[in-house]
Design a binder for this molecule. Sequence first.
Ligand code: AMP
Ligand code: ZN
Length: 472
Amino acid sequence: MTMLLYNTLTRQKEELRPIHPKWVGLYTCGPTVYHYAHIGNLRTYLFEDVLRRTLEYVGYTVKHVMNITDVGHLTSDADTGEDKLEKGANREGKTVWDVAQFYTNAFLKDIELLNIKRAETLAPATEYISQQIDLIKKLFETGHAYETTQAVYFDVSTFPEYTKLSRQKLSEKKTGVRDEVVEDPEKKHPADFALWFKRVGKFADHIMHWPSPWGDGFPGWHIECSAISSALLGQPFDIHTGGVDHIGVHHTNEIAQSEAAYGKPLATIWMHGEFLLTDEEKMAKSGENFLTLQTLIHKGVDPISYRYFILMAHYRTKLTFSWEALQAAQSGLDKLRDFVRKLQKVPAGMAGESTELNETRKRFTDAMSDDLNTPEALSVVWELVHTYHQRPSAFLANKILNLLYEFDDVLGLRLRDLCEEPIPREIAELAEKREAHRKEKNWNQADEIRKKIEDAGYELDDTNAGPFIRKK
Ligand code: AMP
Ligand code: ZN
């Protein structure tokens, strides 16, 4: 099976060729746990979940690692501003550790509600401090790091490929964007980024800190992903993902650190999910348009409808959030669920061989293997619904249901969970007998059997294509 994925590094779709024959290594940058995730962040985690599910669907075993940024990194992506976790702690009057734990739990709850599979390993940055220090040491040994009185930096001038992911000009790279920030005068180049912050100057009272060869302090944000990914997946590994905002700074810096230290690629394929916008603006944790999954739930939205809404757009296109669009997604999903419920009521055990759905399966798989084309995959699902919505024969109904369940391993809409009580075998047999009488135009016998079915607590619905049985 050929799996095509868009690689930001090469700006083209490429065939996935796993490094290890038996598994695919997938690293996804995880949440900074100082606040709830907003629904924009959740869009990125949904894209990554669909990627993972698709890889598993086509037969790969996926080793999935996600970091949890509990060290707290500074409020802007550049190394400036106050610490995010401390900001959260001050806001809530808790310790930074409490804040990290609280929002980690909130994040896990959100992803469960969205039916996002948990990474096999969730790696809190604070549990990988020694690996981060080791990597910084390695960068000193290889001549890529230097120390000032305030911090340790990566020297971008020593890594000519520094902008290969973003394709920006180094001179255009934004750094130190905020006025109140005191720039480090000992920094050699404005684009040099921090590997380690010392607990001095404005960070003298920093709450989270660890000893290091460069004094007490705490790691820069980017180093955790480099250290954790190679510790758990090796270097290089197959796929690294995140939102598009990570291209210019965070992933650029991860590549610089890991590749400068070890002289080999960090990851083969770099994939980035486009942003969710509200009224054409990006959703930011500081902005007023900050919507969480809980906000949606309080407004009566089923989290799986949000998942469905996200699947309707390709992950590489910008998507504007609106309540109307979400509502439309919810009614689409309701229709799909109705169809599935109908099929679930057809008694099992009537499945026969049918090859007519193989083409449908192929089209679905082709869509997903072509850089996760979820809109196309959903249109295949809808064709299936429209073709058979009247009522398929019983054995075909079972086939369709199983195919939808199979697709749902990728889409994650929890279609299996809709299942209500199965129709008992004897009721199904009565319905079949009645159908035979109707064909023979034995209306009295047919009516008698209908009564028996109704007395047993079931209802019969005669459709063009035959009877549907429903519990009263
Ligand atoms: P953070 O917790 O800020 O590190 O963000 C978590 C993930 O969400 C990262 O992969 C970001 O790239 C991504 N992200 C941030 N804002 C948005 C947005 N508006 N739409 C989609 N993804 C986003
Ligand atoms: Zn990362």
